[in-house]
Design a protein around this ligand. Structure first.
Ligand code: ZN
Length: 78
C-alpha cells in the first residue's frame, strides 16, 4: 500500500481566524464545523465538498485519493 493520506488538517475559522488541528474522517465528509472560539457554524463554500476543503490546510481524504477529479463530485456524490 502506498497510500499517504493526511488525516490531520488545520481548520481556520473565517470569522475569527482561530485555527485548530482536527482529524478528518476517511469515510465521510464533514459538512458542518463549529468554531470552538466564536461558535460560528462553518459550511463548505460553493464547489467544495466539506469544511476541510474550504477551510482546512489539507483537502479531505477522498479528494487526496482522487486527485484527477477536482472539486465536488469526487467524494460526496455517492
Ligand atoms: Zn471562529
Amino acid at each position: 500500500m502506498t497510500d499517504k493520506l493526511i488525516l490531520e488538517s488545520v481548520l481556520t475559522c473565517p470569522e475569527c481566524g482561530h485555527s485548530k488541528m482536527e482529524t478528518m474522517p476517511t469515510n465521510a465528509c464533514q459538512w458542518f464545523y463549529e468554531c470552538e472560539r466564536c461558535h460560528s457554524l462553518l459550511k463548505p463554500k460553493a464547489g467544495d465538498c466539506c469544511v476541510y476543503c474550504s477551510y482546512g490546510s489539507v483537502p479531505c481524504p477522498p479528494i487526496q485519493q482522487a486527485p484527477a477529479q477536482k472539486g465536488k463530485g469526487a467524494c460526496c456524490s455517492a
